[in-house]
Design a protein around this ligand. Structure first.
Ligand code: ADP
Length: 394
């Protein structure tokens, strides 16, 4: 028998999982990974083993698997049939918001769940699904230890000024402040960085997590000191469908002149903006890069421009730069985007190695470049599994 840890990432319409086995040499080895997508519309289950062999591929009935709980029950049953000599000892969850209470992963209890419920207004589109999955597992397996790992925790090391808004105390005292997100990804990169560039890892690094959700983080000696996402995950860079930073005056204009209420504005800034809104073509970078539409080019140009501007701002927060890291779907895969970002950042002392960039790095800066540049695949699931193991003590 081998102990195992199940990692769950429950979103609004998807449930992603990775099962890790724990080996004698203390290594966590991914055994199975997959997801149910289209929950609520056309649920589809897919899973692969550690060799990439498809071990599950099923269209689920829309009526029988209409809810997250029904999908989790299906998944639990399927998983039991796959475990062999693995025994799940704990479940680790990705939870978007830990507020000010949770600066580190935590063992789930009823008290913790109540605190996580209270944070729903700060992340209404994600938090209910994260917490819902924890409750569903608790109902099915009441004795299973569960650990909540937060996207915000890594940023609690930021100086107070970096977390502050210039608003009156009566507002900020309610928790209206910059939290930052994608923390599990940044924490993974910070933990991997010494293997790539030990000097930079002990110095000043800007990490660009560029995926459907995109943000950037300034990391000094392994700790977050500033990030582009703030109170919510809609701030900072433009994203697949999110607008990124917006003058609050625009929101007032939308309310006063276009009669939009909070829900309509939420839909606009989270779901209809960003690459999709600007291009009118797609939220997907691959589609935009392949498109000949002028507005597809405009969307990429704006994304690039904002990355460059935010880079300057984060370097100011760090007081200089030793390394630049690209990660997540776009950061790991779009050569042209990396090439343009690094070339535009020449003023910071980084020089692109074109051939290395074509080859996906990992180092994509020349040997003489004063600032190094890297492509490092993120691994949020491993980070969650490591935290879960430590918190549960297995
Ligand atoms: P999420 O935030 O949902 O985890 P991902 O990190 O998977 O998102 O990133 C998805 C984005 O990565 C999409 O915009 C997709 O087009 C982009 N992407 C994936 N592969 C490539 C590629 N080869 N070239 C350019 N963009 C890519």
């Amino acid at each position: 028998m081998l102990d195992a840890i199940l990692v769950l990432n429950a979103g609004s319409s998807s449930l992603k999982f990775t099962l890790f086995s724990i080996h004698e040499d203390s290594n966590l080895v991914p055994e199975l990974r997959g997801q149910i997508e289209g929950i609520g519309t056309a649920p589809q289950f897919k899973a692969k083993d550690e060799h990439g062999k498809v071990v599950g591929n099923e269209e689920l009935s829309k009526t029988e698997h209409a809810t997250q709980t029904a999908c989790l029950n299906f998944f639990g049953k399927w998983l039991r049939g796959q475990l062999g000599d693995l025994q799940v000892k704990a479940v680790g969850h990705r939870v978007v918001h830990g507020g000010m209470d949770f600066a580190a992963p935590v063992m789930v209890s009823e008290d913790v769940l109540e605190k996580l419920d209270a944070l729903v207004p700060l992340a209404p589109l994600h938090q209910p699904h994260n917490v819902g999955a924890i409750r569903a597992v608790a109902r099915a397996l009441p004795d299973m230890p569960q650990v909540a790992c937060f996207d915000t925790s890594f940023h609690r090391s930021q100086p107070q000024l970096a977390q502050a808004f210039a608003l009156p105390k009566s507002i900020t005292s309610r928790g209206v402040r910059r939290y930052g997100f994608h923390g599990l990804s940044y924490e993974y990169i910070a933990s991997a960085m010494p293997r790539y560039d030990a000097n930079a890892a002990a110095g000043r690094v800007v990490v660009c997590h560029l995926g459907n959700g995109s943000s950037m983080c300034a990391v000094a000696n392994g700790k977050s000191v500033a990030s582009t996402m703030g109170f919510t995950a809609v701030d900072g860079l433009p994203m697949g469908t999110r607008c990124g930073s917006l003058d609050p005056g625009v929101v007032l204009y939308l309310m006063d002149e276009m009669n939009m209420d909070a829900r309509a504005i939420e839909n606009l800034v989270y779901k209809q903006s960003g690459l999709l809104g600007v291009s009118g073509v797609s939220s997907d970078m691959r589609t935009l890069e392949a498109s000949t539409e002028p507005d597809a080019k405009l969307a990429i140009d704006l994304y690039m421009y904002r990355i460059g501007r935010e880079l300057g701002s984060l370097v100011a927060a760090l007081g200089g730069l030793d390394a630049l890291v690209f990660t997540a779907g776009i950061g790991e895969n779009s050569k042209s985007l990396r090439s343009r970002v690094v070339r535009d950042a020449a003023w910071l002392g980084v020089e692109l190695d074109e051939a290395a960039n074509e080859a996906k790095g990992p180092r994509i800066s020349t040997a003489v470049s004063r600032v190094s540049a890297w492509v490092i695949p993120t691994n949020e699931e491993l980070m969650i599994a490591q935290h879960t193991r430590r918190v549960v003590g297995i």
